[in-house]
Design a binder for this molecule. Structure first.
Ligand code: HEC
Length: 117
């Protein structure tokens, strides 16, 4: 009886782990492109400060156009995934991104960080 219960628990945890892996990888692309997802992540998590009309107007760098996001692809990736330095601090300031959002930004950066990637 103990054996059956233990195997059941094992099987269930494997099912759970594979279900989790599936959901995080399916959210990384939309039509095979990362940029649309990256743009949504930035709109939801960064524009409150990084916008020319936002509360910090002027500085920090604004990410409110496709071209400004692409131009900053390298520091955007660095600010969410590191390495952090004296000038590049962990973002979003005062918050955090989900692991799958961070992985999407890294994948976009690795592909080239353009609006077409
Ligand atoms: C609550 C406001 C706030 C949010 C939200 C925020 N940032 Fe920032 N960010 C700042 C401030 C203020 C600075 C400048 C000071 C510093 O570096 O800490 C900055 C600096 C940066 C820099 C360095 C270049 C610069 O403009 O000085 C990058 C890159 C950056 N942020 C990326 C992001 C990304 C990507 C997100 C979303 C995932 C994000 N930030 C969310 C406030 C914010």
């Amino acid at each position: 009886m103990k054996y059956i219960v233990c195997s059941l628990i094992l099987v269930l945890s494997f099912a759970l782990i594979s279900a989790c892996n599936k959901s995080s990888s399916s959210s990384t692309t939309s039509n095979g492109k990362y940029f649309p997802t990256v743009k949504t992540i930035i709109q939801n998590n960064c524009l409150s400060c990084h916008s020319s009309t936002g509360s910090w107007s002027g500085r920090p760098t604004s990410f409110d156009t496709d071209s400004s996001i692409a131009a900053s692809y390298s520091i955007i990736k660095q600010s969410v995934a590191g390495p952090f330095t004296f000038t590049i601090h962990k973002m979003p300031q005062g918050g955090s991104l989900s692991t799958s959002d961070i992985n999407t930004i890294i994948a976009w950066y690795d592909k080239g960080g353009k609006t077409t990637d």
